[in-house]
Ligand binder design. Sequence first.
Ligand code: KG4
Ligand code: ZN
Length: 364
Amino acid sequence: MSCTAKRNPGDVTVLGIETSCDETAAAVVRGGRHVLSSVVASQDELHEEYGGVVPEIASRAHLERIYPVVQHAMEQAQIGRDGIDAIAVGHRPGLIGSLLVGVAAAKALAWAWERPIIGVDHIVAHLHAVSLDTAREPEFPAIGLVVSGGHTSLFAMRSALEVECIGRTIDDAIGEAYDKAAAILGLGYPGGPRVDSRAQRGDDRAHDFPVARLEPGSLDFSFSGLKTALLYAVRGTPTGRGAGATFERDATRLTGPQIDDLCASFQKAAVGAVMLKLDRAIGQRREAGGEMIRSIIIGGGVSANTRLRAEAQALADRLHMSLHLPAMTYCLDNAAMIAGLGCLRLEAGLVDDLSLTASPAGLY
Ligand code: KG4
Ligand code: ZN
């Protein structure tokens, strides 16, 4: 495969493609952080009536949208194929049918344009989102936290490319818990932003929902107990088990202020759980006497959450550490984070070839 003219480090320009779930996205990023374009075609309206993402519908929609979305990203960046040094694609983890569309499109472009292809891990890319469109670079070593619809994971980070997972959820991801909470409360899909905005009007002391601690010292997360506690608070204790269980009450009987209070109490417990483990992870590293942790890096859809952003800032201030959160547009799935991390991989010589495969399972 022929390579492009050598550019100065900091000038490499990468086209990124992201199709891991229900957003079809393409972006052009220069030097790892200057976003020249970022296009995201959301499929929310296609999945809303089902209350969650339907994989077959998602992959078909990606297929219809991928070409116009890439074309739009190239036009918005005012760049031609000669200006692109490599094609990066989110190739794991995610819905396999969705990932395959992005990987096939990236391979076709890499082959036709004679450029390297770079497979990027979607979860690690969420952490890189904090470096997009800002001059504020995180210092390493750092502790990373990914809070998304599919993941709740803690990382020890030596650099944006060298990450080690030190904690993960043992059941639901936090974003998934938010979406299920919204479904229980009849707020629709996607639930996270709706629960967040209702929570701001509610009283977070109205219900005492559990914060899962797990074993002493554990850096893992659990959100299924919180989800069940919310369900019981809304509908009463069930009689019978499983699909045959009957509840005392119906969710539709809740008043607006009652929903606000439930959202606020749920949010307090959900955010409290991640802050507890983030604080614990930093404490453990400090006690171990290793190299000083310099920054806290948070990414993923739930990093858009109002309370999480405020509590993370309070924690960082208390620990005298710098906090790095993505700009709101880069919290949710996007291709700029894929292209940005793709630039760093290209500069480090970490490129793939046309044998790159999509993988539904993640490493973290
Ligand atoms: O990172 P993301 O776009 O997709 C995955 O990689 O999963 O995250 C989507 C998740 C959804 O569960 C959505 O409900 C949640 O992020 N989310 C929020 C907020 N905005 C999005 N959760 C809580 N508060 C928000 N403001
Ligand atoms: Zn994501």
